[in-house]
Design a protein around this ligand. Structure first.
Ligand code: PLP
Length: 254
């Protein structure tokens, strides 16, 4: 199943290297970003539960999954629930309304990063009271933006972001709007200059904050993956989602 086997020691070593690079990139940011530390999300898609546990035991707490079934399989695994009681799951894949209840039932679900329509926001808002542990906890969500305007990518279109954020903040009393997320185009060569997806997401945030009168410090950005997380941090990313650099190559999806 694996192109490259990654063992326990390697995962701990990879995490150590990445954390050091994050610290170095953080130090290179313009001082306007000094009010926050970037957060590393370990993306474990296509990787077995054992490797999630290894990374957890190496100190990693935030994990991301793209596929509902994989999130459920790992997130509800008895061993994982016992060994990783502080795990925080980010759902980072495309979410369909008929899967909302399944995702919300996962223990230690922390954040849905991929809200891209009013329909899915409404479905999450309506369903959350059935799942939350206490009455006043809101479900954290981010709005996914299709900054690269590629047809096959999901996400809300740039010119609709403000409308969707307004909907979430004004109409969805059970949701806590955390910020904006993008996947962006793969394999951008940073030698060509700043990544246009990162610039576009930052601009979206500035526009949304102006239009809706939100505090820019309270709107986070989730951007940057294995090949470009350092660069993303340098231009203001709050959350980087790293898979391959921690867990090794993934098999190509058929
Ligand atoms: C797979 C995936 C990642 C991680 O990608 P890597 O290149 O392996 O670091 C991050 N975000 C999303 C949404 C993904 O699907």
């Amino acid at each position: 199943m694996f192109i490259k086997l990654v063992n326990m020691k390697e995962i701990a070593a990879n995490l150590k290297v990445i954390r050091e690079k994050i610290v170095a990139a953080t130090a290179k940011r313009p001082s306007e970003y000094n009010y926050f530390e970037p957060q590393l999300v370990a993306v474990s898609k296509f990787k077995p539960t054992e490797l999630v546990i290894e990374a957890y035991e190496a100190g990693q707490r935030h994990f991301g999954e793209n596929y509902v079934n994989e999130l459920i399989e790992k997130g509800t695994s008895q061993t994982l629930v016992e060994k990783c009681n502080e795990i925080k799951w980010h759902f980072i894949g495309h979410l369909q309304r008929n899967k909302v209840n399944k995702v919300l039932a996962v223990p230690n679900l922390y954040l849905i990063e991929t809200v891209d329509s009013e329909k899915i926001a409404a479905a999450l808002d309506n369903a959350w009271p059935k799942f939350r542990k206490s009455n006043d906890t809101k479900l954290k969500v981010m709005v996914q933006v299709n900054t690269s305007k590629e047809e096959e990518k999901s996400g809300c279109e740039i010119n609709e972001v403000s409308k969707l954020v307004r909907y979430v903040t004004e109409n969805c009393k059970n949701l806590d709007f955390l910020g904006l997320m993008t996947i962006g185009m793969y394999g951008y060569d940073t030698a060509k200059g700043p990544n246009p997806d990162f610039i576009a997401l930052k601009k979206c945030k500035d526009d949304v904050c102006t239009e809706l009168n939100l505090d820019t410090k309270k709107v986070e950005l989730s951007m940057g993956m294995s090949t470009d997380y350092e660069h993303a941090i340098e231009v203001g990313s709050n959350i980087v989602r790293v898979g391959t650099a921690i867990f090794g190559e993934r098999p190509q999806k058929a």
